[in-house]
Design a protein around this ligand. Structure first.
Ligand code: 3UK
Length: 547
């Protein structure tokens, strides 16, 4: 460990003990980073130094910021943080805003000043915000004024937050007013160590309390130099777009880190439901899109209304990309979606193949710089073709902020993501299910996503979610929740048709014995199906029947 620049040593002191860290691999020449490293110098300031300051950087519906314009905002905010708000290296700063240029500027400013950025999902409530405030001991927040209300409520309960500075409200106390002070346009990056923490990202925490994952300056570059460089292979003329919030590391990578690492541009949309995403792709001639499988399915229905011929790369993550979605998108657009599995712990995608090596329905091969294997419950590697737990290691990895769950995610130096996978004889990784979502019915192991994929091949099915429901006789039975396409009626006859269809496409014992038609499925803000919600719904329905 090189000498930290952190004056406030909270993050360093809260790292897991060294023996609980995953192994880190830096096998590629592009993953050799100097001991002293502030990632903002390499993502932003380097372009100005090279004379590319006028290149377009961040695009919002109304206006474009060049690299130089973003850099100036970053410097001004960094000066406000250090001169007016008393930030010292190592302090955490909470950031709260929809995806926007100011959100990016504020994040990069915190990091450039040696602080630690903690972004929060815009929809979080005071209770959830104050959890983050307490867990990461955050005294300072920068916040879009439209989201200030929950922030102020959180301030009252947290007892640690001392100051909220808002932007966008045009008041004398606003961030913009502070930024406008003379002499604030230049700022020398804090001389941080490559292994100083610069980002704390909270997991969405569908079960239990959210976990704070800690990432170093070098991690921000490592994801670009592994996934970005070898799999995504975008170029400086590319214009990135997408829906994930910047508080979700899928969004931070896809909309900030990857484009800035190569001098490309990104479009930031405050709201990106499928039709607005399509409209923005068309309007700005976007070329690289990051979103979740469910959004690709939703966009398919509206493709005719928009000219998205500018698009050349599409990335899907957050949950598995079913083959029917891959194929429908391919036949409608000619584009092959890049599926990739990533996690908040690993920062970004660690398995996923470039267009030239795509295997439809599979996640792909380990991203260069990463190793992946399938292991049994005792951590031993299993032969190819065998289902087991996914284990990965590479230049990034899990370091929870003061959390005993560290030893669950990291075992024997490998990150155990909680996913069940199969690696075939060619070394391609096939997703099965989240390990704790596997359905066990009459002794058979059944992966919900496989049944979902079969159902999605039927023209009546728009969306579906498959879970196991308690059953006296079989332990669990397979139940499907189905959203139908317009023009189909969810009746007994259709249920029989769908069951027959599944039996004809995968092993018959996997067919859904129960089918319920719903108008929408419960999803997280990051596009993930909330299977536990479906299980609760199924159990509640079973209860009602019984009583
Ligand atoms: C699941 C996938 C199958 C998987 C994420 C890309 O999703 C991200 O992070 P989270 O911490 O969740 C991680 C878990 O989500 N998952 C993600 N992608 C896939 N399952 N196929 C996929 N392609 O269970 C994983 O363990 O919310 C994704 C980049 C950054 C991210 N944070």
């Amino acid at each position: 460990m090189s000498t930290s620049a952190h004056v406030d040593t909270f993050a360093r002191d809260s790292l897991p003990p060294r023996e609980q860290w995953p192994d880190f691999l830096f096998d590629l020449p592009e993953l050799q980073y100097p001991e002293r490293l502030n990632c903002v110098s390499e993502l932003l300031d380097c372009w100005i130094a090279r004379g590319d300051g006028n290149s377009p950087c961040l695009i919002a519906p109304a206006e474009i910021w060049s690299y130089a314009e973003l850099a100036e905002r970053v410097n001004r905010i960094a000066n406000v943080l250090t001169r007016d708000l008393g930030l010292v290296p190592g302090n955490r700063v909470l950031l709260r805003a929809p995806n926007s240029r100011m959100m990016v500027a504020a994040t990069l400013a915190v990091i450039k000043a040696g602080g630690i950025a903690v972004a929060t999902m815009p929809l979080l409530r005071a209770k959830e915000i104050s959890y983050a405030l307490g867990k990461a001991k955050i005294a300072l927040a920068l916040c879009d004024h439209r989201l200030a209300e929950e922030m102020e409520k959180a301030e009252d309960v947290s007892l640690v937050l001392k100051r909220i500075v808002t932007w966008g409200d045009g008041t004398p106390a606003s961030l913009e007013t502070l930024m406008a002070q003379p002499g604030y346009d230049a700022f020398t990056a804090c001389d941080t160590a490559a292994d100083d923490v610069c980002l704390i990202a909270f997991t969405s925490g569908t079960t239990g309390e959210p976990k704070g994952t800690m990432h170093f300056h070098r991690d921000m570059l490592a994801t670009c130099d592994s996934y970005g460089r070898h799999v995504l292979q975008a170029n400086p003329d590319d214009c990135f777009i997408g829906s994930p919030p910047l508080a979700f590391t899928f969004g931070l990578g896809g909309l900030v880190l990857f484009p800035l690492r190569i001098g490309a541009s990104a479009i930031l949309l405050e709201r990106a439901p499928p039709d607005e995403l399509l409209a923005a792709i068309a309007r700005h001639r976007a070329t690289v899109c990051f979103t979740a499988p469910t959004a690709y399915r939703a966009m398919l229905n509206k493709l005719g209304e928009f000219d998205i011929s500018s698009l050349r790369k599409c990335v899907s993550a957050g949950e598995a990309l079913p083959k029917p979605t891959f194929e429908a998108w391919h036949s409608a657009t000619g584009l092959t979606i890049l599926d990739g599995i990533g996690s908040t712990e690993m920062l970004h995608i660690f398995i996923g193949s470039p267009e030239s090596a795509i295997c439809p329905g599979a996640t792909g091969k380990p991203v260069p710089g990463y190793q992946a294997r399938v292991v049994d419950d005792s951590g031993r590697e299993v032969p190819s073709g065998t289902i087991g737990r996914l284990a990965v290691r590479g230049p990034t990895g899990c370091r929870y902020l003061a959390d005993t769950r560290q030893t669950k995610y990291v075992q024997n130096g490998w990150n155990i993501t909680g996913d069940t996978y199969l690696m075939d004889a060619d070394g391609v990784f096939w997703y099965q299910a989240r390990s704790d979502d596997m359905i066990v019915s009459a002794g058979y192991n059944i992966a919900g996503p496989e049944v979902e994929e079969a159902l999605l091949m039927h023209p009546a099915v728009a969306e579906c979610g498959v879970v196991g429901v308690q059953d006296e006789e079989r332990g669990q039975i397979v139940k499907a929740f189905v959203v139908l396409r317009p023009g189909y009626a969810g009746d007994g006859a259709l249920t029989k048709t769908l069951q027959k269809h599944v039996k004809a496409s995968i092993a018959p014992y996997k067919y859904p014995r129960a089918v319920e038609y719903v108008t929408a499925l419960p999803r997280t803000q990051t596009g993930k199906l909330q299977r536990h919600e479906l299980r609760h719904a199924a159990e509640a329905a079973a209860h009602k029947l019984a009583s």
